[in-house]
Design a protein around this ligand. Sequence first.
Ligand code: NAP
Length: 334
Amino acid sequence: MFKDKTILITGGTGSLGRALTKKLLKQDPEAIRIFSRNESKQIEMESEFDDSRLRFFMGDVRDSERLFSALEDVDVVFHAAALKHVPKIEYNPFESIKTNVIGSQNVIDNSLRQNVDKVICVGTDKAVSPLNTYGATKLLMEKLFVSANNYINHEKHRTKFVAVRYGNVLGSSGSVIPKFINLIKNNKPITITDLKMTRFTITMNEALEFILNASIAGKGSEIFIPELKSYDMSTLIESLNELYGEIKQEITGIRPGEKLHETLINHDEILYAWKLNDMYMLANPHYELFNDKNILENYNGIEKINEMKTYSSDVAKKITKDELKEKIIELGLD
Ligand SMILES: NC(=O)c1ccc[n+]([C@@H]2O[C@H](COP(=O)([O-])OP(=O)(O)OC[C@H]3O[C@@H](n4cnc5c(N)ncnc54)[C@H](OP(=O)(O)O)[C@@H]3O)[C@@H](O)[C@H]2O)c1
């Protein structure tokens, strides 16, 4: 799907963008355009990658005209640019609406104008029954992407819009494990909000594999979700204790906008959830197409989900302490 293609990644200098760029370069694309705001991050990435197939476009997803020119002759877009830090966004909510909602609509509008083949947006479990502004903006991003496929019925548009949704990426920028390890190394107590808290977890490699599989499987209008395990804070602390010796802890209490457990598919969404090989797929509930057997046959190996009531981090299969330890070691944060 990516050979000889021109790909644009919004947020290409972020944790996901860089890892995705590395992975996509192995699939012989014609060019990869990195679209983001900060010039220093672009310069750093440019010199680290040192690959003539990379092009660096400075721009803001809030700026529609800039996106229009950056998207000229692009075949595939990965839309990863976002504001994502929950406490920051709770304090500056409208900034995240500008980037995550209006910016996403700009990506959609200009992908349609430039006749891009496929656009994949990167969503989060925090968008499911959202409690915080970040989750609410990412829910709106998903909604915009799902409904953008309505244009496909108009003859002049062929762009397909697909969403992926997953949980916390181990070791990504601002995530809890690097933060805890940093505190441990500085001999400071790690700050735990609640020992009962559970979170889904995915490694960067698993996330990349899943995003690329979903990009290929997506025909437009779906939300894809990977099968993930979860962990609770006690297991994380036990793992860190075994890796770093007895660590100091401080319980700070749950923060505004934070949930005890996250959900990847809620009770109501299960009604239109399907299993597609090792992924879940939410069909567009407004799309009669998905009730059409002939269309469903287009998805090889699709099955209706019957037993599951909700897919949340408290009831999901748990990762063991040893598995978690292994994943922390793999991060190579020492
Ligand atoms: N990390 C996770 O655990 C996780 C889990 C689920 C989903 N996601 C989603 O995955 C995506 C990528 O996450 P990440 O961890 O890679 O985030 P990240 O490391 O913070 O990267 C964000 C990227 O977006 C760019 N950006 C921010 N605002 C922008 C704007 N207005 N215009 C253009 N570019 C902008 C940033 O560069 P500049 O600041 O230079 O513009 C950076 O390249 C996000 O959409 C996030 O919601 C992340």
